[in-house]
Design a protein around this ligand. Structure first.
Ligand code: CA
Ligand code: CA
Ligand code: CA
Length: 438
């Protein structure tokens, strides 16, 4: 009985003292709100994009030590950072944080960020309150809920130049949260297209809507396919929803590998000469053709040195780039470039191999888990750039890196895909792998 009473008294004391401890601050809440806009929603190659982010204190009390996380992939090859000019506070590109010591009641302040997008497609910038000393009345910092008023999103579109009015590309919305998609072309709904991948074969302006994706206040940006020539050496086959995923680090470690003898191995294997090794060719080519009436199938094995990535790393994204192998055409003028229904599969290799000994007979097994399908060529001498191999690389880091195997999806005549290897004299056409991880 005595103990219970003491406990009861203690509770009363704590309740009575609470207002004195808090000095009135935590009882009143701030209300921070973020908004953003793009200076122009369509930006041509080489031009600067400008996004404006405003931070508004909608409450009657002062907000202190406010941090805003701004989610843009600042680093090449996606966008190049130019400048960040906050009206108040400071912006740190390494963390993506805009830090503001004080925002007065009903004050609105602005941050202008400029960057140059370096690839065609649609680019999103997102921002959210990351932390503040005071609690917010209607939103929670850093919870990535895009319905809240402390989250904002804006976008820019870089028109995609295509050489002819018919072509083959695809738009991939690589975000499982985006569902019930309605695709539109030139504002007309495309009937029976609800998957997150849209095949695009004619010029026009393409967009989507989804009840689970909140478009910027200025509207979602269109994927514009228009006639023109590209200053880029190489054209991408697919265009995604280009923003840093919520799981991505704001400051990833970057591993950029340009294939060489030191950091990668690559070789063909060929079914018609099953004991022959092709370690040192300057080209490799998935292939299905008949030679003297006998089917010859070729597959490619590529293994990059990923030993600097710890096994515990989270792979934010990984992109494989393969370049056209002109050398093969020079040596075999019967071919003029990629040929046939050459849809490719990129699979993960399950056991180790060596460039100098691999052949058709001893080739290691592969897994079809997370395999990447690459659509048919649209240009005879096309490069295959920035193939998104995030899941495959993630599996390699977890389970052991034995590289990629590339084959035609259907290995029947007549088809060939010509790639340059790491033995190419010209380093700019060697296979490349860019990995972003934390
Ligand atoms: Ca708020
Ligand atoms: Ca929030
Ligand atoms: Ca090689």
């Amino acid at each position: 009985m005595k103990n219970t009473r003491r406990c009861f008294l203690a509770i009363i004391v704590i309740i009575l003292q609470f207002p004195f401890y808090t000095n009135g601050q935590s009882n009143s809440k701030i209300d921070l709100k973020l908004q953003s806009s793009s200076e122009s929603r369509i930006v041509q190659i080489g031009a600067e994009a400008q996004i404006n982010i405003t931070l508004e204190n909608q409450s009657s009390i002062e907000g202190t030590n406010i941090k805003v996380f701004i989610n843009i992939p600042y680093f090449p090859p996606f966008v190049k950072f130019v400048s960040a000019n906050p009206l108040k506070g400071s912006f740190d590109i390494a963390t993506g944080l805009w830090t503001v010591p004080v925002v007065k009641p009903l004050e609105t302040i602005k941050l202008v960020i400029k960057y140059i997008p370096m690839q065609y497609g649609v680019w999103y910038a997102e921002a959210e309150i990351y932390s503040s000393n005071e609690n917010d009345s209607d939103s929670t910092p850093n919870n990535k809920v895009d319905m809240e008023d402390d989250f904002t999103r804006t976008c820019i579109s870089m028109p995609i130049k295509v050489p002819t009015s018919t072509f083959g590309r695809q738009i991939i919305l690589d975000d499982s949260k985006i569902t019930n998609i309605v695709w539109k072309k030139d504002d007309q709904t495309i009937i029976n297209q609800t998957s997150n991948t849209l095949q695009v074969t004619t010029i026009g302006s393409y967009g989507f809507s989804s009840p689970t994706f909140i478009c910027p206040s200025q509207g979602c940006c269109p994927y514009i396919f228009e006639l023109g020539s590209s200053p880029f050496c190489c054209e991408s086959l697919e265009f995604g929803l280009s923003r840093v995923s919520n799981t991505a680090s704001s400051n990833p470690t970057v591993l950029n590998i340009i294939g060489s003898n030191e950091n990668m191995q690559d070789a063909d294997v060929s079914s018609i000469v099953p004991n022959t090794n092709y370690a040192n060719n300057e080209f490799m080519n998935p292939y299905a053709w008949t030679q003297n009436g006998i089917l010859n199938v070729k597959r490619n094995y590529l293994k990059f040195d990923l030993s600097s990535i710890p096994q515990s790393a989270v792979i934010d994204s990984a992109y494989l780039s393969l370049y056209f192998g002109q050398k093969l055409i020079d040596l075999n003028p019967i071919f003029s470039g990629h040929t046939g229904e050459n849809q490719l599969e990129i699979q993960r290799v399950l056991e180790d191999w060596s460039e100098n000994t691999i052949n058709w007979n001893n080739k290691p097994p592969t897994s079809t888990s997370n395999l990447l399908i690459v659509p048919k060529f649209t240009d005879l001498k096309q490069n295959y750039l920035n193939l998104k191999v995030t899941n495959l690389v993630s599996d390699m880091i977890k389970n052991g890196n034995f590289g990629f195997m590339i084959k035609h999806q259907v290995e029947v005549p007549y088809k060939i895909t010509a790639f340059a290897t790491s033995e190419s004299i010209n380093a700019s056409i060697r296979p490349k792998l860019n990995v972003y991880y934390h």
